[in-house]
Design a protein around this ligand. Structure first.
Ligand code: ADE
Ligand code: ZN
Length: 328
């Protein structure tokens, strides 16, 4: 089954590049940069990957990022992911990064983007994958800081295609970022936001109606609101769903309880993604395989999900046209 899944051309639309930092690379970069990680060994770090909720994950995620300091660190991280993604049949990636998680610890935004740019621009020739960046604002940091970050991003619009909103959701509704997203739109940037991961359906409505997002990241709690499901289906607003992440962060009790089948039944354009694969036990093909097994999805349904990912991407790729021609 995994080979058939890997053979499906697909896009990955919900992938935090900082969440692809495998323990081995974390230690290598720590050595390279003279940074001390609060874990003695790779194994001790890997054992810390037990999370009770989103915040408990974010604490470790931000801690591990301290090893990323130079453009080459970001380039190596992104290149390792792109190589890995190509093996899973990923043809196109819209890669999230968290500018403020780096600038807040003294790493210049231009250095972060320079490293990511190098990997992204080399990816078609090196790995047969096209890639673009989506800069996420950290929603539990001040709105003014997000606006300042946007000003810095404006110098890199050749490689940054969109803005997103991530980090601790509950208590940080999307509407606070209305002006930042409006300014991003003025710059021609595409708009997405995490909503309805841990937060209520009301946050998904707000992401749609106040921020005007074109895709919703996670959005699984939309399954609790029939009129929201109708809105997503009617307006063809894609959801970037990350099943293994949802289990690891206890957003759902188990894969068997995942709302994915209800979202599909409601006619929502669902895509499957890996979120932070180094932390959640699987890359994108592993997510496809896990839902196939636990939710009894057949290969035709997996092919629909893969095709959805191409249709939901922000890039007019030939492969999108190709995929659209294939019978779903
Ligand atoms: N940042 C990285 N992964 C995230 C997630 N699953 N939710 C919110 N913010 C994140
Ligand atoms: Zn995410």
């Amino acid at each position: 089954m995994i080979d058939r899944i890997r053979a499906l051309p697909k896009a990955e639309l919900h992938l935090h590049i900082e969440g692809t930092l495998e323990p081995e690379l974390a230690f290598e970069l720590a050595r390279r940069n003279g940074v001390q990680l609060p874990f003695a060994t790779v194994e001790a770090l890997a054992r810390a990957y037990e999370f009770s909720d989103l915040q408990s994950f974010l604490n470790l995620y931000y801690q591990c990022m301290s090893v990323l300091r130079k453009p080459a660190d970001f380039a190596d991280l992104a290149d390792a992911y792109l190589q890995r993604a190509a093996r899973d049949g990923v043809r196109h990636v819209e890669m999230f990064f968290d500018p403020q998680a780096h600038t807040s610890r003294g790493v210049p935004l231009d250095d972060v983007v320079a490293g990511l740019r190098e990997a992204v621009q080399a990816a078609p020739a090196r790995h047969g994958v096209s890639a673009a960046l989506i800069a996420c604002f950290v929603r539990d940091r001040p709105v003014a800081e997000a606006m300042h970050t946007l000003e810095g991003l404006a110098a890199h619009l050749d490689v940054i295609k969109g803005v997103g909103l991530d980090s601790a959701e509950v208590g940080n509704p999307p509407g606070a970022f209305r002006e930042v997203f409006a300014a991003a739109e003025q710059l021609g940037l595409r708009k997405v936001a995490h909503a309805g991961e841990e937060g209520p359906p009301a946050y998904v409505w707000e992401a749609l109606d106040v921020l005007g997002v074109e895709r919703v990241d996670h959005g699984i709690r939309a399954a609790e609101d029939q009129s929201l499901l109708r809105r997503l289906a009617t307006d063809r607003v894609p959801l970037t769903v990350c099943p293994l992440s949802n289990v690891r962060l206890h957003c759902v009790e188990s894969l068997a309880d995942h709302p994915l089948p209800r979202l599909l039944e409601a006619g929502v354009l669902v895509t499957l993604n890996s979120d932070d694969p180094a932390y959640f036990g699987g890359y994108v093909a592993d997510n496809y395989l896990a839902v196939a097994r636990e939710l009894a999805l057949d290969l035709d349904t997996l092919a629909v999900l893969a095709r959805n990912s191409l249709l939901a991407s922000f890039t007019d790729l030939e492969l999108v046209a190709e995929a659209a021609e294939q019978p779903a």
